[in-house]
Design a protein around this ligand. Structure first.
Ligand code: ING
Length: 301
């Protein structure tokens, strides 16, 4: 048995006016709860330090810059990394990354229980649009503020297993999980900010959004015999509702834990990575069963 006691650290809404210090204090409180529950791995949401700012149309580069981290950790976020190291807890943290040469990515990092940053992922599938869209009930400007990720879908060896990362919309695309599955991934971590209503089809509400969220995460887990930990930033941010529904899903696609609230809430589960082996050696033994000579269209178009 290769058990990792894993905590999904769902965060409730972060209002536009909330300071990074207030947010980091909330994240540390969640980390302390994870420690008390015996976790050695903790997963935070996408863009965990700020409100989901891509809902706001901005033209002033100085205003846009306020939402990005130019270093990780920074002075404001360092207390979180210090506490994680003190607790011996590895973390997935989503944040907005601005690089030295000015590139902007929707990014996540993975740290080891020692506190060292061992992995970085940059969101590949950016939903939404780049210019103000008058047709929408609200904006979703990720294509305005981020470039598509340029690191692919790597995996890292940590805590005795093969770990992978993705972010939000990535979870809706089977390619995301399969590229990591082909590298033997045993646990995919992801954070998300999912509007509770569809900005282009108001008849699609929270229950529809939760259905597609569960469907995507459970399918990805089952079809690649991997654990998936999906963690929401939830609740009403300045009048814009986000779904909750944080999940811990096992390698058979079964939901082992799901959040019940739209606030700060932790889920904890002992994830036995050896549960991935049966699926990888039988029904999803890729080497034995896949026929790549028929799959060309997936990367040709
Ligand atoms: N949010 C949403 C998500 O993929 C979305 C955007 C929702 C796109 C529903 C399509 C349908 O969960 C982010 N941040 O990607």
């Amino acid at each position: 048995m290769r058990e990792i006691v894993t905590a999904a650290l769902q965060m409730g809404p972060i209002q536009k006016a909330e300071s990074r210090k207030d947010v980091v204090d909330r994240m540390i409180a969640l980390l302390d709860q994870a420690k008390a529950a015996g976790a050695t791995l903790a997963v935070f949401p996408e863009l965990a330090f700020t409100t989901f700012f891509p809902r706001w149309y901005m033209e002033d580069p100085a205003e846009v810059d306020t939402w990005f981290e130019t270093e990780i950790p920074s002075a404001e976020t360092k207390p979180l990394f210090d506490r994680a190291r003190e607790h011996g807890i590895g973390m997935y943290v989503g944040y907005a990354e601005k690089t030295q040469d000015g590139q902007q990515f929707n990014t996540s990092i993975l740290t080891a229980p020692t506190g060292e940053i061992i992995g970085k992922y940059r969101k590949v599938h950016l939903p939404g649009h780049s210019e103000f869209d008058t047709e929408r009930d609200f904006q979703h400007l990720e294509k305005r503020y981020f470039e598509p990720g340029d690191l692919g879908f790597p995996v890292w060896h940590s805590q005795g297993g093969v770990m992978g990362m993705c972010i939000c919309n990535d979870r809706r695309w089977p390619e995301t999980y399969r590229v990591m599955g082909l590298q033997g991934v045993e646990m995919v971590m992801l954070g998300y900010n999912t509007p509770a209503v569809n900005s282009q089809m108001s008849s699609e509400g929270p229950e529809d959004r939760l259905f597609h969220h569960r469907l995507s995460v459970q399918s990805g887990a089952y079809q690649n015999a991997t654990w998936v930990i999906a963690v929401a930033k939830a609740g009403d941010e300045d009048g814009f509702p986000l779904i909750g529904g944080s999940l811990i899903v096992d390698p058979n696609g079964k939901i082992m834990a799901e959040s019940k609230t739209l606030g700060d809430e932790i889920l904890v589960h002992s994830c036995d990575l050896d549960l991935c082996t049966f699926g990888k050696e039988t029904i999803f033994d890729f080497a034995r069963h896949r026929r790549i000579e028929h799959y060309g269209l997936i990367t040709e178009r």
